[in-house]
Design a protein around this ligand. Sequence first.
Ligand SMILES: [Zn+2]
Length: 235
Amino acid sequence: MREMAIAWGRKTIKFAVAKEDRNTLRITVAPDSSVMVRVPARATDAEIAERVRRRAGWIDAQQHDFSLWKPRTPPRSYISGETHKYLGRPLRLHVRESLRNAVTVTQSRLVMETLGEKSRSERADLLWRWYANKAQTHFRRRLAAQHKLFGRHLPEPPNLITRRMTSRWGSYTKRGNLVLNVELIQVSTRLLDYVIAHELAHAAYWGHGRDWQALMTTVMPDWRERKSVLEKALL
Ligand SMILES: [Zn+2]
């Protein structure tokens, strides 16, 4: 195996090359962003570089979408005293038995009332159902606000789908659905708006090339800063 690199825009894409008994070239991007290129034994360096350059947009998109999400959430027990976030605010969880199952938010606390004693997974469920509910309303409102900024780039508002995902913040599907991770209800509106804008910009440009970046800068001049804050966010 050998290391090679190509320049792509301002970026250098490094990749490992493995010569194999095969007829086609295959590129894979691992979750740690490393790139592996399997090539036929007869392939020359110039051919390999050319093929990788043609797929550079795709490689960059893969690397980007992996780096957008790093699970940094410590394991939770959903017991009193734990910190859980809501709209970017850290809130102290207070669990108490009551005559109903409910979650309410105060200035500094997240109060969970449970009808009788509940198991860890039941408490997790209760909180996540509440988060999902809040996400529905909040995300819809923010999508409407962000969508306006796109003007002619995106005449029709996309259909919003919220769901809990383990590997990414959001995506924009070919059918025009914007999928947002319910977990975004934990980050500030400023960061949520970045994810929404990021995905809406994909309605106009696939990948994260110059056109996509230019559009992002038009609708959200400080998107790079928000991106880096989101990447460091600890939920
Ligand atoms: Zn993207």
